[in-house]
Design a protein around this ligand. Structure first.
Ligand SMILES: Nc1ncnc2c1ncn2[C@@H]1O[C@H](COP(=O)(O)OP(=O)(O)O)[C@@H](O)[C@H]1O
Ligand SMILES: [Mg+2]
Length: 338
């Protein structure tokens, strides 16, 4: 399939203004999501994954602001500059749900407890299309069926609390997919679910991606999910993208010490009980810390003097494989999986 970029984020800076202080949360995020492909954003809690998603959806709280950078959605030859839209305006609310949809870790945060599941999906379809109520209802039933919900004709009348956690997540995906969005953003969609349901949700998302050509931006803190789902990967650390590329490049040929650390800290199937898991030592630095060096330097086993002096620029490893490190690990020097 020919490469077709759906979303391009360039040098995005997003700040939070709390207690009269400025917290620079995104410090120049650049990434691309392609049609029919899944881009996984991975990194520890607090590194800025959800803020990246909220910047794209323009759902940041009022204390946050996009300072600079571009967020461009490519839609049938049009370039929509999301960062320039009014976040409360009609253009932005028309985009949400129709061109870009989002699913969250907690489906209850997106489903309204006082309306039936069917009502909510039908309202969503009616909001963004001109079809009649009865056709919208048929569409809602067929969507729920497509999501693997049995007897959707009767289940459509159920309220969210009558669905199990996995079913609620499916209903939320049905709602998200109802207007055939170009881009689906999933923020830790399976973190609250058990592994068997997680596997079902993933295979469902995989199917939707293939059949509808949806571009998926999947946020996770779990390298296992990345290995399973990603076509492309972005590794974030404290508001920076420290490594990005195809899943092959980033996981098999990790060059940033942080990516290597993440890979070493997950168990691998097939390696048995003897495998040694190594947590990354230390913890993330204070976001207000103003020391000039690389933010990972205090936890890094490969740091050199330069790492204490300035933040590295992004450099190319090969092709689209990029790293932000003064002393990247050379191919074959360390096996990330031992
Ligand atoms: N509502 C908020 N108020 C103040 N600061 C916030 C808020 N949400 C996020 N932040 C800041 O943004 C950083 C990144 O948050 P987030 O993107 O939610 O992390 P994660 O990668 O776990 O999704 C946090 O560490 C915090 O400093
Ligand atoms: Mg988050």
């Amino acid at each position: 399939m020919q490469q077709e970029i759906v979303l391009r984020i360039s040098n995005l800076h997003t700040n939070f203004y709390t207690n009269m202080r400025c917290n620079k949360v995104l410090k120049g995020v650049s990434l691309e999501v392609e049609r029919g492909k899944t881009l996984c954003i991975v990194g520890e809690s607090g590194c800025g994954k959800s803020v990246t998603a909220a910047s794209v959806m323009r759902l940041l709280p009022d204390l946050a602001r996009i300072e600079s950078g571009e967020i461009v959605l490519y839609d049938e030859g049009r370039e929509i500059h999301i960062e320039a839209l009014d976040k409360y305006g009609k253009s932005m609310s028309d985009l949400r749900g129709s061109k870009i949809a989002m699913i969250f870790q907690d489906p209850m945060s997106a489903l309204n407890p006082v309306y039936s599941i069917g009502f909510q999906i039908i309202e969503m379809i009616k909001r963004h299309t001109k079809i009649s109520a009865s056709i919208a209802k048929e569409k809602a039933v067929s969507l729920l069926r497509e999501m693997g919900i049995s007897s959707p004709e009767t289940r459509i009348k159920d309220f969210p609390h009558q669905f199990s956690g996995g079913m609620r997540q499916r209903a939320m995906i049905a709602m998200a997919m109802s207007c055939e969005p170009k881009l689906l953003i999933a923020d830790e969609p399976t973190t609250a679910l058990d592994v068997t349901v997680q596997a079902q949700i993933f295979s469902l998302m995989e199917k939707l991606k293939k059949e509808h050509g949806t571009a998926v931006m999947m946020i996770t803190h779990d390298m296992g999910v990345v290995a399973e789902m990603a076509d492309d990967v972005v590794v974030m650390y404290m508001g920076y993208i420290v490594e990005r590329g195809s899943v092959q490049q980033v996981l098999k040929n990790s060059t940033h010490p942080y990516t290597v650390g993440l890979m070493r800290s997950i168990p691998m199937i097939g390696k048995g009980k003897k495998q040694k898991l190594q947590p990354i030592r230390g913890c993330t630095a204070d976001p207000y810390d103003t020391s000039p060096g690389c933010p990972f330097v205090t936890r890094c086993d490969f740091s050199i003097q330069l790492c204490h002096e300035c933040i590295p620029e992004e450099s190319t490893v090969s092709g689209n494989h990029k790293v932000r490190c003064h002393n990247p690990i050379q191919k074959g020097a360390v096996d990330a999986r031992t």
